[in-house]
Design a protein around this ligand. Structure first.
Ligand code: ISL
Length: 568
C-alpha cells in the first residue's frame, strides 16, 4: 500500500481559523485518491490542550472542536471509503494530557481511584528525581507533584504524564477505546511510540553513553543514554495481543511507531498476535550514500519483509528533500529515493507535501510553536517540517483564509503549490503520481515477490523483484551517468528524471536519478540474468522438479484421486 500522513493542523483549513481541520482534509480526499494513495493516516484530532500539538490527549473518544466533531469525522470516513481510501487514526497510549480526567483525579490524592493509572515514585535519596531518566523533550523525565509529595514520570513533556501499563484497568480502558473506533469504521491505528509503554520495574538508572547513539541526533540529551530501562521493555508486546484480536475482528490494521533503529528489535513487535507492521525509521536516518542506504535498510527488509512501512518524511523529522541536500538537488534525490523505496517490500508513506518535493520551511525563530523549540535551548524543533500545505496561488497559498497557526515559510512559492504542479506534466507531483501508478501496475512490486539485491556497493543500487522488475538508483559519485547493460527486451517503466534513457539495452542513469525497468516477461534468460550461479542452479532444480510433478500428474490423469501440483 501507499500511505499518506495528513498532519491535520497543517493540511487544509476549512473554517478560516488558521488551523487545519477534518472538514479541510475531507475536501482534499479526491486529490489523495488521484495521487495513488491507498491509506490516509490522520494525526491526533482528539480534544487536547495542544501542549504537544495533539499528542497530549484529554479525551480519546471525541474530536477537538477546533478540528471538527464526530459527525464530521464520520463524513470524512464515509467519503474516504467511497473513494477506496482507508483511514488510520493516531492512537497515543504511552501518555495522556495532564488535563485528562484520569490524571486530574490521579494527582488529587495518593489514594485517588486513578492514582495507579500513572507512574508515581517517591523522591530519590537527595530529594530530587527518583532516577536519571530524561525526557525526549529535554530535562528530567520526572516532575514533582506538590499535593501528593511524589514524582510522576513523563517521557515527553510534563504535560504528558506516562500511563502505567502494569495497571489492568489501563489495559481494559484502551481495549474499549480501540473497540469503539473500530466499531465506528476506522481501518486501523498508527500507534504512537508503541515501544515505550512499559518501564523496568526497579526503575534503575540508564547507563550514560560515551558517544551519542545516533550521530544525526548528537547534542540531544535523550540520545546520550542507553535506554535500557525506560524503552523497549519485556512485556510491551503482550499488550498488543488483545489489540490484535480486536483488530482482526474488525479487519483493521495495527501499525506501530516503533522508533528503534535495529531491525531485530523492531521485528519483535510484528507477529500474528501483535502488530501487523511497524514503520522502518531507518529510512529517515540515511545520508545520500549507497552504503548507508543498503546497509541500514537491508536488515529491515530481511527481518520484516512486507511488514515494514517506509516513511519518506514525517512531522517529526526533516523532510527528505532537505535531508538529501535541499533545493532542486534535494527534491530530485528525494524522488529517486522514493523510487527505490517503492521497489522494496512493504508500504511506503509520504508525508503531506513530499509529493510536491517540498523541503523544510524557512521560518523565523520568533514564530516557533513546537515545544521542542520553545523548551530546549538551541533546538530548532519540528516546525520547519510541519508548516502548512501550499495548495494554490494567493494568500497563504490557499491553506487558510485566516492567519495560519504557523507561517508557510519564506521559501514557499506559488510554484510549490498543488495547483501549479497539477498543471505541469513535469512537476514533482506528476512524477510522483506516475511513480505510484507504475508501482501499482507492476505486481512484483507489491505481491510479495522475492527480492534480490543486484547491486549494493554503490554508487548504483539495484534491486530485482520476482525476476521481472528491476529498480535502480544512482546516488552519484561525481563521475556522471552510470550505464547498466540490461538483457534484451527490457522496458523502461518509470524514470524519475527525463535524462534517464534505455538505449539498445543500455540503461543510462544520471546521478541522483532512479528507474524502474520491466524485464521481458517472454524472455526467460532476461528474467534470470541477475541471479548468481547458486540461485540459478536452485531455480533450475525447482523447474526440473515442477516438470517431474507435471509428468507424474499426466501419468495419473485417469486416477480417481485428484493429485495436486505442489509448487516447489
Ligand atoms: O525516539 C525518538 C528519536 O530517537 C523520537 O523521535 C520519538 O520516538 C518521537 O519523537 C516520538 O514521536 C511521537 O510521539 C511524540 C510526539 O511529539 C511526536 O509528534 C510523535 O510522532 C509524543 O507523543
Amino acid at each position: 500500500m501507499v500511505g499518506y500522513e495528513v498532519y491535520v493542523r497543517s493540511f487544509a483549513d476549512a473554517d478560516g481559523d488558521g488551523l487545519g481541520d477534518l472538514a479541510g482534509a475531507r475536501t482534499h480526499l479526491p486529490y489523495l485518491a488521484d495521487l495513488g494513495v491507498d491509506v490516509v493516516w490522520l494525526t491526533p484530532f482528539y480534544p487536547s490542550p495542544q501542549a504537544d500539538h495533539g499528542y497530549d490527549v484529554s479525551d480519546y473518544l471525541d474530536v477537538d472542536p477546533r478540528f471538527g466533531d464526530l459527525a464530521e469525522f464520520d463524513r470524512l470516513l464515509h467519503d474516504a471509503h467511497q473513494l477506496g481510501l482507508r483511514v488510520l487514526i493516531d492512537l497515543v497510549p504511552n501518555h495522556t494530557s495532564d488535563q485528562h480526567p484520569w490524571f486530574v483525579d490521579a494527582r488529587s490524592s495518593r489514594d485517588a481511584a486513578h492514582r495507579s493509572f500513572y507512574v508515581w515514585r517517591p523522591p530519590g535519596p537527595d530529594g530530587g528525581p527518583p532516577n536519571n531518566w530524561v525526557s525526549h523533550f529535554g530535562g528530567p523525565a520526572w516532575t514533582y507533584d506538590e499535593t501528593t509529595g511524589e514524582y510522576y514520570m513523563h517521557l515527553f513533556l510534563p504535560e504528558q504524564p506516562d500511563l502505567n501499563w502494569s495497571e489492568p484497568r489501563v489495559r481494559a480502558a484502551f481495549e474499549d477505546i480501540l473497540a469503539s473506533w473500530f466499531a465506528r469504521g476506522v481501518d486501523g491505528v498508527r500507534i504512537d511510540v508503541a515501544h515505550t509503554l512499559m518501564e523496568d520495574p526497579s526503575f534503575r538508572d540508564n547507563p550514560e553513553l560515551a558517544e551519542p547513539a545516533d550521530e544525526l541526533l548528537a547534542g540531544v540529551a535523550f540520545d546520550r543514554f542507553d535506554h535500557r530501562y525506560d524503552l523497549d521493555q519485556p512485556g510491551v508486546v503482550e499488550i498488543f495481543h488483545g489489540w490484535r484480536r480486536l483488530a482482526d475482528k474488525h479487519d483493521a490494521v495495527l501499525l506501530g511507531e516503533v522508533y528503534l533503529l535495529e531491525a531485530d528489535r523492531v521485528a519483535r513487535y510484528v507477529a500474528e498476535d501483535a502488530l501487523h507492521a511497524s514503520f522502518g525509521f531507518v529510512a529517515l536516518r540515511v545520508g545520500w550514500d549507497a552504503d548507508q542506504i543498503c546497509g541500514r535498510l537491508r536488515p529491515f527488509v530481511d527481518s520484516l519483509g512486507e511488514s515494514v512501512a517506509w516513511p519518506l518524511s514525517s512531522h517529526d523529522d526533516s523532510r527528505a528533500a532537505s535531508r538529501f541536500g535541499g533545493g532542486e538537488v534535494g527534491a530530485r534525490r528525494a524522488l529517486a529515493y522514493l523510487t527505490l523505496l517503492c521497489g522494496l517490500p512493504g508500504a511506503v508513506f509520504l508525508f503531506q507535501g513530499d509529493e510536491l518535493g517540498l523541503d523544510d520551511a524557512d521560518l523565523d525563530a520568533e514564530v516557533a510553536q513546537d515545544p521542542v523549540a520553545l523548551r530546549i535551548p538551541g533546538a530548532t524543533g519540528r516546525d520547519p517540517y510541519r508548516s502548512p500545505m501550499p495548495w494554490a496561488r494567493g494568500r497563504h497559498l490557499g491553506f487558510t483564509t485566516g492567519e495560519p497557526w504557523l507561517p508557510l515559510g519564506h521559501n514557499r512559492t506559488p510554484a510549490d503549490t498543488v495547483e501549479a504542479q497539477l498543471a505541469d506534466p513535469d512537476s514533482h507531483l506528476e512524477r510522483t503520481r506516475r511513480l505510484l501508478a507504475t508501482r501499482r501496475a507492476l505486481p512484483p512490486l507489491t505481491d510479495g515477490s522475492p527480492l534480490e539485491w543486484v547491486l549494493e556497493d554503490g554508487p548504483v543500487i539495484a534491486v530485482e523483484r520476482g525476476g521481472e522488475v528491476l529498480v535502480c538508483l544512482h546516488v552519484g559519485d561525481g563521475q556522471g551517468p552510470a550505464t547498466l547493460q540490461l538483457p534484451p527486451g527490457c522496458r523502461l517503466a518509470y524514470a524519475s528524471d527525463d535524462h534517464v534513457a534505455l538505449v539498445d539495452g543500455d540503461l543510462i542513469l544520471p546521478e541522483d536519478t532512479a528507474a524502474i525497468v520491466e524485464l521481458d516477461p517472454s524472455d526467460e534468460a532476461a528474467q534470470t540474468a541477475f541471479l548468481d550461479e547458486e540461485d540459478r542452479a536452485l531455480l533450475d532444480d525447482a523447474r526440473a522438479e515442477a516438470d517431474a510433478v507435471d509428468d507424474d500428474l499426466a501419468a495419473h490423469d485417469d486416477d480417481p484421486i485428484t493429485a495436486r501440483r505442489v509448487a516447489p
